[in-house]
Design a protein around this ligand. Structure first.
Ligand code: NDP
Length: 311
């Protein structure tokens, strides 16, 4: 089998990856983009996106990322539904191994592998995964119509998920570990308009229970304080929305990462600690994590790769 070669390999099929592919294709770099087996990134697990410029009436997340993919294809990007299982960045051209065992050489790599939902780390989460525990309301909310659910977290994602679920479930608890929400004011205002959302401030989840499927959660309010209180809520669904972990395990020991595991880039460029390797999107963005930012940094990564190859 001939070894595959590319001037520019893009790893990741989200807004950063597809935007990088549009720019790299138009610059005649003939990019190869690996989008994994579940393309689209986090936009596929969101509902309406209202803050992506150019869509004054909003657009569904999966539609938005689907359009980006089409645009990359239109300019000739080679989009492959495969996962990269290992990379060797020690010498150029870089080596990549695909899940099916094939090898690939790349003159430049743009990493746009994004970030994945975080879990609390309770053993019960694994026990009830798929039996009531989920990290994606838009994927699994349908199963909880007229049921009782809880969302954990106090950021925009948690509020968005709670709002979405409140249209399906009979009751939504929002479990917030602090005494306030971190979410934007517009989200907070929307929550207040929903009668079936109850915010449980200063609460942490200690465990989950249920015979075969999830039936409830053990909570503690004001943990460690004089007025500490333990109580249970009856729920059928438990949704995590407590932030994300960058998908950088492939690159550990090969690229400089920060303490949280995000790829370090030489801002405002997308250069990583290895010449010829660039990073874009949530994988190197602990701060903003917006689709529009991911798309913007995908553009920058492609321009950086083009300059690297031509200068
Ligand atoms: P955030 O980091 O903003 O919020 C995470 C939330 O989870 C915080 O409330 C945090 O609590 C809580 N949390 C973290 N760890 C735990 C834990 N172990 N136990 C209990 N609670 C925990 O993440 P998001 O995913 O909400 O948002 C990421 C970025 O994406 C943000 O910039 C956000 O604005 C953006 N976003 C924007 C949207 C939009 O504009 N439509 C939609 C979704 C996201 P604490 O506050 O105490 O740290």
């Amino acid at each position: 089998m001939n070894e595959m070669k590319s001037r520019c390999v893009i790893i990741g099929g989200g807004p950063a990856g597809y935007t990088a592919a549009v720019y790299a294709s138009r610059a005649n770099l003939s990019p190869t983009l690996f989008e994994g087996m579940q393309p689209g990134g986090q936009l596929t697990t969101t509902t309406e996106v209202e803050n992506f410029p150019g869509f004054p009436a909003g657009i569904q997340g999966p539609d938005l990322v689907g359009e980006m993919r089409k645009q990359a294809e239109r300019f000739g990007a080679d989009i492959i539904a495969e996962t990269i299982t290992s990379v060797d960045l020690s010498s150029r051209p870089f080596s990549l191994t695909l899940a099916d065992g094939r090898e690939m050489k790349a003159e430049t790599i743009i990493i746009a592998t994004g970030a994945s939902a975080r879990y609390l780390g309770l053993p019960d989460e694994q026990k009830y995964l798929g039996l009531g525990v989920s990290a994606c309301a838009t994927c699994d909310g349908f199963f909880y119509r007229k049921k009782r659910v809880a969302v954990v977290g106090g950021g925009d994602t948690a509020c968005e998920e709670a709002l979405y679920l409140s249209g399906l479930a009979s009751k939504v608890y929002l479990i917030v570990r602090k005494g306030f929400l971190r979410a934007s004011q517009v989200m907070q205002n929307r929550l207040k308009e929903r009668d079936n959302i109850e915010i449980l401030f200063n609460c942490n989840t200690e465990g989950l229970f249920g015979e075969e499927v999830l039936e409830g959660a053990h909570l503690v309010e004001n943990r460690g304080m004089e007025n500490e209180r333990h109580f249970d809520i009856d729920i059928d669904g438990f949704f995590l929305a407590i932030g994300h972990t960058p998908n950088t395990s492939l690159f550990q020991g090969q690229l400089d990462l920060d303490q949280q595991g995000y790829i370090k880039v030489a801002s405002p460029t997308t250069h990583t600690s290895v010449d010829g390797v660039f990073a874009a999107g949530d994988v190197c963005d602990p701060l903003y994590q917006q689709a529009i930012n991911a798309a913007g940094s995908g553009c920058r990564a492609a321009l950086d790769a083009e300059r690297f190859l031509t200068l």
